[in-house]
Design a protein around this ligand. Structure first.
Ligand SMILES: [Fe+2]
Length: 160
């Protein structure tokens, strides 16, 4: 159970966080590539081994993306943080682990089905799981972009 006695507040370095997103276009490209493959009526015109390799690369790119964001984009600040911003930042940082575990499970299951030669018959389940992940990750990115904007606004004194 979490307590509310922490003295540090999570906040963001808006410029670094934004730069990480801009630089890491390969991740977003791979994400949309996998989504397109799984949106086809018959996804596995490509061989299953190549597809699972793409999925595993996506998981690894996400791990790197989250690690960079946590190393340079988020930090624990004892002062100067609006409570609302701190709560949102903490919640978004914690989502990285959930999202990583979610994509890791998808990759593990895809590998297992590929190994058994059952990937084509598992397509509908795989596509559903991936689309749910894709949606959650998209929401996470939107909220992080809003947080970046809010952090910039706060730096400017919150004036419009
Ligand atoms: Fe993030």
């Amino acid at each position: 159970m979490a307590t509310t006695t922490a003295t540090l507040t999570v906040t963001v370095n808006a410029a670094f966080l934004q730069e990480i997103k801009e630089v890491n276009q390969e991740l977003f490209h791979r994400l949309s590539e996998v989504r397109q493959i799984l949106s086809r009526p018959v996804p596995f015109t490509m061989d299953g081994v190549s597809f699972v390799a793409k999925l595993a690369e996506l998981r690894d790119q996400l791990a790197l993306h989250f690690a960079l964001e946590e190393a340079y984009g988020y930090f624990d600040d004892p002062v100067f943080v609006a409570p609302q911003l701190g709560r949102v930042a903490e919640s978004l940082r914690a989502q990285h682990r959930e999202l990583y575990l979610e994509i890791s499970q998808i990759v593990e299951q895809a590998e297992r089905h590929q190994y058994r030669g059952q990937l084509p018959s598992w397509t509908v389940v795989l596509a559903g799981a991936f689309m749910r992940f894709h949606h959650r990750f998209g929401q996470h990115e939107s909220r992080e972009n809003e947080l970046i904007q809010q952090a910039y606004d706060d730096d400017l004194g919150g004036s419009e």
